[in-house]
Each structure stands twice: as structure tokens, then as C-alpha cells.
Design a protein around this ligand. Structure first.
Ligand code: ADP
Ligand code: MG
Length: 591
């Protein structure tokens, strides 16, 4: 009974057997492990390793419940460096299936085997066999139909096995691993020195080119972190490609997940999830692994430190990396536009148009001895130039314009020459990003600076909205928004943040209150602030379609230097798309 109950906790499906048995192989020092399954593991699971092996006595003992060779004294429980330690896996598995184990130690010329059928064991007997251990598990749950009923189709179970296999293979890069299903080899992972390589062995479809995963390493405050961070363009629609490991063991942890999400804030659309492989090492005494039956959750004694270290390492790396979307030129775009949403198509068309415009201008400018080099700044712009930009006259260029390396097109984009080629900047997105960062910084230090409206502006609210206003007065104060009751279900805006001077106070406050009503009590305060600031930045930013003077453009571009990262707007869309000269030259068949 005890074993059956334990089996219920540890062994849920074939994949759990794979996990327990392969972990045992690793604990036994194996360098090669082969997993073979039939019928999604429901019929057979066979795990073979070249580890230390067991002698006859240990082989019999291994299937006793609470038999483990990994804990010798109570103190060992505080310092668990092996994957297993409870001594219940083999006993549990043998209680619910037909098991045959063959094992031979390195220094022995004899292998031994044992067979156990749902708890009924035969005595150990000599047999033939290689160094190491093979354990075969047949007909899982065949005597517990209630449990067997919960098994899914062979394909589904195989999916779980593959997932388990990946969770073991990712951190164990020095291990040769093979996965076979119904006689077919699904994975053959030779040992490697590189995490990147192990990832591409396992998930070739995840990566489209070199550099898609940014590698980082840090070792601080007793926490060693190595990560492979997916660039935003390989993000996914779920978090299934977020793997975190602690001392070689796959774990799920809400502090770490949160830190990952925070690190990518503003770099991804809200419904996208980054690809992240995170390998953490820390002393076993800094966490408790004995809190979950399958050890997939742990308890950190200092979870805040873990959170801040992970966030710090990831954020620093992401902000320090040039994440500019690299533009694919239009001809290549069309070939792969298959699964694009309409909005992306539109955007691409805009970019293509923008480019066409740019080249037209570039050529005509060239004919008029107008080029984009800085020295030519004093050259007056010809009429041809004006016409290609727009039919409306532009503001005159300021006389000491030392620099003509940019130009506004369609009143929405700025094309700027760079060392490598040129970039196209979405003026709204860039400005929005910078406003967002500024608001964040100010708010971190203090409340937002506000000014009193000369005439308070009143607006009507519902009861729910009135409730939200009362419940969040401190939040409103921090934002620099003071609202006072002005009659039944009427409030007036008294003060408003200076940074949002060009935003309609009532319009902003209405949206703000909607947010408070919808999410005010359900999300963490920081998340709420982030959303509010991103809305504020969007409203206050230069709009698409807004004509900018040269000095305004210059100011906008110069402002970028004050920020660590401006390549994405707060909603995660790119602000800047880079085009390289070498790519252009290829397109024009110059190379
Ligand atoms: P635990 O791994 O928690 O110790 P298990 O029930 O998984 O408990 O295994 C019991 C014991 O059997 C292990 O402690 C180990 O000594 C031995 N054992 C299991 N699998 C192997 C293997 N593949 N090679 C060598 N020894 C093994
Ligand atoms: Mg074990």
C-alpha cells in the first residue's frame, strides 16, 4: 500500500518513469544513456546506462521502499547534490508494472537480474549483461485500471516523454543521450561542450540563425547564472520554451518566471513569450528541494535575491545588446510573408514605400550635388527634393544644420544614415519609448511633478469608477493627478502631470480610471503602473502623420543618447529598423 501511494505521487505517466530512471543513471555516473519506448511508453520503457551498476545485494535492496544509497545520515538531507535521494522511485515503479532490471558493476565479470511484477519479486539471479544497468518497465498500471485509464494516446504520452528527455538533456551536456520510439531513433544527442549546441540538437526548429540566442554568464552573491536568451524575433506564443534549471535539475519557479517576464518588458508584444534557457547553480544549502513529490518546485531561502539576480543579469544583457530589428529587404520579405497578419503586411508595405521614396530622393539629390554626407549640410535643398518629400512646403532648414544624415518621410518615419547603412525610425514609437522611460525614472524617484489646471475640468463617472477613484487616491497622487468630487458622480481634475502637458487631461483621466476599474485590484501595483505609464507615453508622444521641423527631429534623435535602450516601444513593437549597406549592395547586384 505504501508503495502504491508513493507511486501515485511520483509516477503519473510513462514520462515520470523516464525521469526517475534517467536521473538514477546520471546519479550512477553514467556517460551514456539510452531511452527506448514502445507505444508511448505504455507497453515498454527501457533505460540503459553505462553507470556504476549494482551488485546482487544492492540490486535486491534497490527495490525496497526508502532504499537509497544517496543519504547516509540526517545531515545529508540538508545538502543534496544527487538528483534522487528519497529511495522511493524504484519501489514505486515496481509496485505498478512488470519490471526487469539487469545490472553489472565495473569490476565484476557477472551481471545479475531481478524481476518484479507489481510488487511480487523473484530472487536475484546471475545472468549475462554489459557493464551498467538496464531497467525495463512493461505495462504500466496494468493492475490499476483506474490509473491506466488516465493515460492518453501513445502520441500524447510520447510528447511527455520527449519533454522529460529534453529537461534532462539540456543541463547534462556531457551526456550521450538517445531516445528511441517503436524502434525509430527520435533523438541522438552526442555529448557536447556547448549549451547552444545542445539546444540546437534538441530544438533545431527554434533557431533561425546564429546569434538568435544571446549567451550570458554571471557569478555573483553565491548564484552562478548561465543563460541563453532568445532575441525578440524568435519569441513564441507560449512559455513552453522557457527552461530553468537549478544545479542540473529542471525546476519551475514563480520568482524566476517573473524575473524573466520583467527582463523582457517592453521588448516583446504582450502576447509573446521569450525563449529562455536559464541554468542556475547555487549551494544546495540555500534552498530546499524536498518540498514537491517530483522535485520540480524548490523553496529558496532567499527568493528575493534569486529574483533580483536573475532580473539583473537578464536585463543588463538585453539592454546591452543591439536588438534592433534587422530589416529583410522587400523582395525577400514577400517570399516568406505567408503567415503574416494584415497589419504586418501593411507595415511592410509602408517600409517598402519608405525605401522607394528614400532611394528616389537619394538619386535626385545626387543629381543635384546633394548628398547625405555631413559636410554638405549647407547645400540648399533643391525644389526637386521638396517635391519628393511632400507637396506641402517644409519649414526652412535651420542655418547651422551641420548634419543632413536624416530626413522625415510621410510625416511618420525618419530615415537616418548610420555607419553600417541606414535605419528607419518610427517617430511615434521612438518618442513613446523615451517618454515611457522618463516617466518610469521620475516615478521611481518620486511622484510625478504636476501643475494645477487654471480651470478644473469636470467629468462624470459611474459608481464603480467613483469607487476606483476613492480606492486609488494614493496612486493618483503619485501620478500627479488630483481629482476632487464636484457633485453627485462628478469629479474635477485639479492637477495634472507636467510631462503630459500636451495631453487632454479629461481624456487621459477617463482612460486611467477605466484601467483602475478593470485591473486595479487584480494585478501587482508595479504592473499597473507600467500599464498606466505606457498608456500615458502613447498619448503624449509625437503622432504618426505629424510634420516635424529639423530641430524637432534633431532633438528627438539626440534624446536617444539619454537612454539605454530605445529599440522597442513600450508595447514591444520595434522603434527602429536597420538596413545594412552590404545587404543593399547585394540587392542591387553590386557584389
Ligand atoms: P533514489 O534515487 O532516491 O536513491 P531510487 O528508488 O530511484 O531511489 O533508487 C534506489 C537506489 O538504487 C539508488 O539509491 C541507487 O543506489 C540504486 N540505483 C538505482 N538505479 C541505478 C542505476 N541505474 N545504476 C546504479 N544504481 C542504481
Ligand atoms: Mg532515483
Amino acid at each position: 500500500m505504501v508503495n502504491l501511494i508513493a507511486a501515485g505521487e511520483v509516477i503519473e505517466r510513462p514520462a515520470s518513469v523516464v525521469k526517475e530512471l534517467v536521473e538514477n543513471s546520471i546519479d550512477a555516473g553514467a556517460t551514456e544513456v539510452m531511452v527506448a519506448a514502445e507505444d508511448g511508453g505504455r507497453k515498454l520503457l527501457s533505460i540503459t546506462d553505462n553507470g556504476s551498476g549494482m551488485d546482487a545485494e544492492d540490486l535486491a535492496a534497490a527495490f525496497e521502499s526508502h532504499a537509497t544509497s544517496k543519504i547516509k545520515e540526517v545531515a545529508d538531507l540538508q545538502n543534496i547534490a544527487t538528483l534522487g535521494f528519497r529511495g522511493e522511485a524504484l519501489a514505486s515503479i515496481a509496485a505498478i508494472a512488470r519490471v526487469r532490471a539487469v545490472s553489472r558493476m565495473r569490476d565484476s565479470d557477472q551481471a545479475h537480474c531481478i524481476e518484479i511484477d507489481c510488487g511480487d519479486g523473484s530472487p536475484v539471479s546471475p545472468c549475462s549483461g554489459d557493464f551498467g544497468t538496464t531497467i525495463q518497465v512493461r505495462d504500466l498500471f496494468y493492475r490499476t485500471p483506474a490509473r491506466r485509464k488516465f493515460l492518453r494516446t501513445a502520441n500524447t504520452e510520447l510528447g511527455h516523454i520527449s519533454e522529460q528527455f529534453a529537461r534532462i538533456a539540456l543541463p547534462q551536456i556531457h551526456l550521450d543521450l538517445t531516445l528511441i520510439h517503436n524502434g525509430k531513433e527520435l533523438h541522438r544527442l552526442p555529448r557536447t561542450e556547448s549549451l547552444q549546441q545542445r539546444v540546437s540538437q534538441l530544438f533545431p526548429m527554434l533557431i533561425s540563425g546564429p546569434g538568435d540566442l544571446i549567451e550570458t554568464a554571471s557569478d555573483e552573491k553565491g548564484i552562478r547564472i548561465r543563460t541563453l536568451l532568445g532575441r525578440p524575433h524568435i519569441s513564441r506564443t507560449s512559455n513552453q520554451f522557457q527552461y530553468t534549471f537549478l544545479n542540473g535539475r529542471f525546476i519551475r519557479d514563480k520568482f524566476i518566471s517573473h524575473a524573466i517576464k520583467e527582463a523582457y518588458r517592453g521588448l516583446l508584444d504582450a502576447n509573446r513569450f521569450p525563449v529562455v534557457f536559464l541554468f542556475m547553480e547555487m549551494p544546495c544549502s540555500d534552498y530546499d528541494v524536498n518540498v514537491h513529490p517530483t522535485k520540480v518546485e524548490v523553496r529558496f531561502y532567499n527568493a528575493n535575491l534569486v529574483h533580483s539576480q536573475v532580473l539583473g543579469v537578464l536585463r543588463e544583457q538585453l539592454l546591452g545588446t543591439d536588438l534592433n530589428a534587422v530589416a529583410q529587404l522587400p523582395t525577400q520579405e514577400l517570399a516568406q510573408a505567408g503567415d503574416d497578419s494584415a497589419s504586418q503586411q501593411v507595415r511592410r508595405q509602408q517600409i517598402a514605400d519608405a525605401m522607394a521614396e528614400f532611394f528616389k530622393k537619394h538619386r535626385s539629390a545626387h543629381q543635384q550635388q546633394f548628398d547625405l554626407r555631413p559636410e554638405s549640410g549647407s547645400e540648399p535643398r533643391g525644389p526637386e527634393h521638396k517635391r519628393t518629400v511632400s507637396d506641402k512646403p517644409r519649414p526652412a532648414p535651420s542655418p547651422q544644420l551641420e548634419d543632413n544624415k536624416y530626413i522625415q518621410i510621410h510625416d511618420s518615419y525618419i530615415v537616418e544614415q548610420t555607419d553600417e547603412g541606414f535605419v528607419i525610425i518610427d517617430q511615434h514609437a521612438l518618442h513613446e519609448r523615451m517618454l515611457y522611460e522618463t516617466l518610469q525614472r521620475r516615478l521611481q524617484r518620486d511622484s510625478l511633478e504636476s501643475q494645477r489646471l487654471l480651470l478644473p475640468e469636470s467629468f462624470e463617472v459611474t459608481d464603480a469608477q467613483a469607487g476606483a477613484i476613492e480606492a486609488h487616491t494614493d496612486l493618483l497622487t503619485q501620478l500627479g493627478v488630483e481629482l476632487t468630487p464636484f457633485g453627485p458622480r462628478v469629479y474635477a481634475v485639479q492637477t495634472f502631470p507636467t510631462l503630459l502637458a500636451n495631453v487632454e487631461p479629461v481624456e487621459f483621466v477617463r482612460d486611467l480610471i477605466d484601467m483602475l476599474v478593470e485591473r486595479g485590484d487584480t494585478v501587482a501595483r508595479q504592473d499597473l503602473f507600467n500599464d498606466i505609464l505606457s498608456m500615458a507615453a502613447c498619448k503624449a508622444a509625437i503622432k504618426a502623420g505629424q510634420r516635424l521641423s529639423d530641430s524637432e527631429i534633431r532633438e528627438l534623435l539626440a534624446d536617444r543618447k539619454r537612454f539605454e535602450s530605445t529599440t522597442r516601444c513600450p508595447h514591444g513593437r520595434p522603434t527602429t529598423i536597420a538596413f545594412s549597406i552590404s545587404e543593399l549592395e547585394k540587392q542591387f547586384k553590386r557584389t
